[in-house]
Design a protein around this ligand. Structure first.
Ligand SMILES: N[C@@H](CCC(=O)N[C@@H](CS)C(=O)NCC(=O)O)C(=O)O
Length: 209
């Protein structure tokens, strides 16, 4: 069985739980507290030298890290990865966008506000950085909203790994202080994603071993 080194608060790890649920693939879950360095122990660094979850371990011992690489692998030969090479590359385009222009601002703002707020609020430098991240996060939301004005999903006309990657932190962006009210097309898309068969919430841990 697959083993997911996981954290229930993490959007990156949620991407993996979500596609596994869509695919009805059972997995074992091991929870780590990412606020106390549990992914930085020698034992965990032996599995993922980068010290981060999600980390997926296959039955034969192979290890795959980086949420969007895991999504890409698990979606291969399924309806969640487009067949057409150009559309598949467009899915990757949005997944790279997610990691560089979205997750680094929206996920980090959420982590700071929702998980380690006292530490951040006590530091004027971090509060300044937070404001900068909020502005860049709003830029990413504007790019997404403009795309979704004319498209039901991020690539092609159906739900794919690109939507899973972008849904993970967008649907909890309010926990990072982002108000989604102005982004009507994003809100409609969030509702469409939540209607997909096999959808689970970010905190659902039914596969826990
Ligand atoms: N680019 C990576 C980011 C993974 C990541 O930042 N994981 C965080 C939780 S969301 C983590 O493990 N943090 C613990 C640490 O850095 O010690 C991915 O997409 O999987």
């Amino acid at each position: 069985m697959l083993t997911l080194h996981d954290n229930l608060g993490s959007g990156n790890a949620y991407k993996v739980r979500l596609i596994l649920s869509h695919l009805s693939k059972p997995f074992r879950r091991i929870e780590y507290d990412v606020t106390t360095g549990e992914t930085r122990t020698p034992a965990f660094l032996g599995i993922n030298p980068n010290g981060r979850i999600p980390t997926l371990v296959f039955e034969d011992g192979r290890v795959l890290v980086e949420s969007n690489a895991i999504l890409f692998y698990l979606a291969t030969d399924t309806e969640y990865l487009p067949d057409d090479a150009f559309v598949r590359a467009q899915a990757l385009q949005w997944m790279f966008f997610e990691q560089y222009s979205h997750e680094s601002f929206i996920a980090v703002a959420r982590y700071w506000r929702h998980f380690i707020w006292d530490e951040v609020a006590a530091s004027p430098e971090r509060m300044q950085t937070l404001n900068e991240k909020m502005e860049k996060g709003r830029n990413a939301l504007a790019v997404m909203d403009a795309h979704l004005k004319d498209n039901p999903f991020f690539v092609g006309s159906s739900y794919s790994v690109a939507d899973i990657a972008l849904y993970a932190y967008t649907h909890v962006a309010d926990e990072g202080g982002f108000d989604l009210t102005p982004y009507r097309h994003i809100r409609d898309w969030l509702a469409r994603v939540a209607e997909q068969p096999g959808h689970v919430s970010i905190t659902k841990s039914e596969f826990e071993s």
